[in-house]
Design a binder for this molecule. Structure first.
Ligand SMILES: C[S@@+](CC[C@H](N)C(=O)[O-])C[C@H]1O[C@@H](n2cnc3c(N)ncnc32)[C@H](O)[C@@H]1O
Length: 358
């Protein structure tokens, strides 16, 4: 592309790169809705089960209309999500594509993430207004697909890593094996709460969230998992929930959502046993903005702009920590509340796991 300049000369290579990036992003934006359709209608699952299929065969397998399916398959193939074979005019999932798109247990299962981002973006009219006023938007104000997408996005990684993270804390796993008290604060639909209740049958687990609809779903999930007798769920805020002498308090991907993280940390300290531990799992982030300008940082900053920061701004104090706070800022907030020890206990490419002690 060539163009005339305004005052400053335009570097055509940089311009072309940005246009290229925009084209990729425009395709990705539409892809989010199409990935949800592929998931909901079982298109990915049918391809995973059957192997290579033509569009007519896939439509028949899934009881869908061939003309739509054909166009959908071509868009998926253009994005690298499905593999096209021109010899047979058929489509299939490679093992890697199946692991990401059709295996709900895989720690990198992505359809739930598309469900989360596509539904969270629906808040745009209210968010535009919030940019002007500085008002917050509560988690509960989002479409319910945000809550389901969050559960499906994070759930598989808790299945894969949560117990390793608890084992990385000093002496906590042993205590919980023998029988301890756990509170999971900001539990949402209860995916991590239920994982811990299953892993530590001698311990009692309570999940706490201010969002009543999420707590209702969490109770249904515990019932379905057959552990409703071992786990309780309560509607309460993180700065006011009941109970004391907890051996472990956990917060999964929600500490940065708190309006008053220092006040929340102080309350958690009061509810912990003297030798109790607080495990804080946060999205992976470096301390400096320039080091977070990565594909994952972009996703986290973007979700933070549409959901996490508005939620924090909607609550008392309105601290607005943000989902890319990093270790230093998180440590500063936690120690300001009175915790004396704080360390990075574990990490994955997408998560930081901190241990704080009274
Ligand atoms: C990103 S979701 C994480 C849910 C869950 N921990 C998970 O990882 O699946 C954030 C959760 O924090 C909850 N939340 C936000 N502010 C809260 C507060 N002040 N007290 C308690 N829960 C809060 C929301 O209702 C939501 O369920």
């Amino acid at each position: 592309m060539t163009t005339e300049t305004r005052a400053d000369p335009i570097d055509e290579q940089k311009l072309n790169e940005l246009v290229e990036t925009s084209l990729t992003d425009l395709g990705a934006t539409v892809h989010a809705a199409l990935a949800i359709i592929g998931d909901e209608l079982g298109l990915y699952a049918a391809l995973d089960e059957a192997g290579a299929l033509t569009s007519a065969e896939l439509a028949q397998e899934t009881d869908t209309a061939e003309r739509y399916v054909r166009e959908w398959l071509r868009s998926q193939a253009a994005g690298g999500y499905i593999t096209y074979n021109p010899e047979t005019d058929s489509y299939e999932l490679s093992p890697e594509q199946a692991y990401v798109l059709a295996n709900e247990e895989s720690p990198v299962f992505m359809p739930g993430a598309f469900q989360l981002v596509a539904s969270a973006a629906q808040i745009e009219p209210e968010l535009r207004e919030a940019f002007r006023t500085g008002e917050g938007i509560g988690w509960h104000e989002h479409d319910e697909d945000v809550f389901h997408g969050t559960e499906r996005f994070f759930g598989p990684s808790y299945g894969a890593f949560l117990l390793d993270w608890v084992e990385a804390l000093d002496g906590v796993d042993e205590k919980l094996q023998a029988g301890g008290r756990i509170a999971d604060v900001g539990c949402g639909h209860g995916a991590p709460t239920i994982r811990m209740a299953e892993a530590y049958p001698n311990s009692t687990v309570v999940g706490i969230d201010y969002h009543e609809d999420s707590i209702d779903v969490a109770r249904e999930r515990a019932e379905a998992a057959g552990i409703a007798d071992r786990v309780d769920f309560e509607v309460a805020t993180a700065s006011e929930y009941d109970g004391t002498d907890y051996d472990l308090v956990t917060m999964f991907n929600c500490f940065h959502d708190m309006g008053d993280p220092v006040g929340v940390a102080a309350h958690i300290r009061e509810t912990l046993a003297a030798d109790g531990a607080w495990m804080i799992v946060e999205p992976y982030a470096e301390d400096r903005v320039e080091d977070n300008l990565t594909p994952f940082g972009r996703l986290a900053y973007s979700i933070s702009t549409v959901a996490c920061t508005p939620n924090s701004l909607s609550q008392d104090v309105g601290y607005g920590l943000g989902a890319q706070a990093g270790e230093k800022q998180t440590r500063d907030v936690v120690t300001e509340s009175g915790f004396t020890r704080f360390r990075r206990a574990a990490e994955t490419p997408t998560s930081l796991v901190f241990e704080a002690r009274p």
